[in-house]
Design a protein around this ligand. Structure first.
Ligand code: TYM
Length: 332
């Protein structure tokens, strides 16, 4: 079976609809016919300012949300990145074959470092994509389900894998991004030209999966549309409506064209009211399941311990091979 790997940062109290529709939903679907590795990337989360106490809580919340979304810890290897030290070890190695200029061209680094002022950006934020490449390559992953914003990091990953193979002999499999076009970029509800983002969206622009469902319903009803009244999918001219149609279609499985027919001549009000209900029906059980998983910390931690052990069986093998190729003297 092909291998799949992906990761998500524990940098917020809740995942949002972009994370879920752009990535996590695909993780769930792919575990049926792939050997799946999914991790909560706490090492990545410390590249920006954070609170240790919040990180610990958010890491467990992230795991609980992945379980609530349908990740099955029996079929998939679910773990926390820092429990598997080979990620950071391979990250160091890959850093030594990454050009400084190459890393400087990563647009997410440029955006994030520009925001806080260049002096506040850490070296960890700069090398973030190299650690991400290590996350992927250490598993010899074939596919990596992510949203559109991760495409450049995956290109870097492939470049580094190819470079290592060329210089030291074939070692890494080249991973393919797995990006579902329709939901690759869920937009901010208040600014539909921007992506929904935990770091830059306003609270009204973002739907958190763990929010009070009433709050989420209200956010949908007050989402920015345009001055027209036709519910048609036109991302260029009607980005807000197109985004809502995308969310509606993804949550219900109805085709966009079906939805256009269903709302023909009915205006935005009806459409948003119905979508708000669809959202409430989705988030209500999701939230309950997440809270139930969170209630049993011992069970969560046991899942993570088992996941880390399974992950390490793979990562130790890859790292041993990498160290050998690099010319390191074998350890005890
Ligand atoms: P993160 O934690 O920012 O986001 C998790 C996933 O959600 C996707 N996503 C979106 N998709 C569609 N529309 C949106 N508005 C939206 N916002 C976020 C992201 O593309 C991502 O797939 N660098 C990664 C974490 C990572 C990783 C990895 C991913 C670390 N190592 C290895 C894959 C493989 C990140 O910051 O994701």
């Amino acid at each position: 079976r092909p291998r799949v790997l992906s990761g998500i940062q524990p940098t917020a109290d809740s995942f949002h609809f972009g994370n879920y529709l752009g990535a996590v939903r695909q993780w769930v679907a792919l575990q049926d016919d792939h050997e799946a590795f999914y991790c909560v990337v706490d090492l990545h989360a410390i590249t920006v300012e954070y609170e240790p106490k919040a990180l610990r809580e958010r890491t467990r919340r992230s795991v609980a949300q992945l379980l609530a979304a349908g990740i099955d810890p029996e079929r998939s290897t679910l773990f926390v990145q820092s429990h598997v030290p080979e990620h950071a070890q391979l990250g160091w190695v890959l850093g030594c074959i990454t050009g400084f200029g190459e890393a400087s061209r990563m647009t997410q680094f440029k955006d994030k470092s520009a925001k806080g002022g260049a002096d506040r950006a850490t070296v960890g934020l700069f090398t973030y994509p190299i650690l991400q490449a290590a996350d992927i390559l250490i598993y010899q992953a074939d596919r990596v389900p992510v949203g559109e914003d991760q495409r450049q990091h995956l290109e870097l990953t492939r470049d580094l894998a190819g470079r290592f193979n060329h210089r030291f002999g074939k070692t890494f499999r080249l991973p393919e991004p797995y990006i579902v076009k329709e939901t690759a970029k869920i937009a901010d509800l208040q600014d539909p030209t921007a992506k929904m983002s935990k770091s830059s969206s306003s609270p009204a622009g973002i739907i958190d999966l763990l929010d009070d469902p009433k709050v989420s319903a209200k956010k949908i009803r007050s989402a920015v549309t345009d001055s027209g009244r036709d519910v048609i999918f036109d991302p260029e001219n009607k980005a807000g409506v197109a985004n809502l149609l995308t969310i509606y279609s993804a949550l219900t499985g109805k085709k966009i064209s079906e939805l256009e027919d269903e709302y023909a001549g009915r205006g935005y009000g009806d459409f948003k009211k119905d979508l708000a209900e669809v959202v409430v029906e989705f988030v209500t059980p999701f939230r309950e399941k997440t809270l139930a998983y969170l209630d049993d910390k011992a069970q969560l931690d046991a899942i993570l311990a088992a996941g880390a052990e399974r992950a390490r069986a793979v990562t130790e093998r890859t790292l041993t091979r990498v160290y050998d190729r690099l010319g390191f003297v074998p350890g005890a």
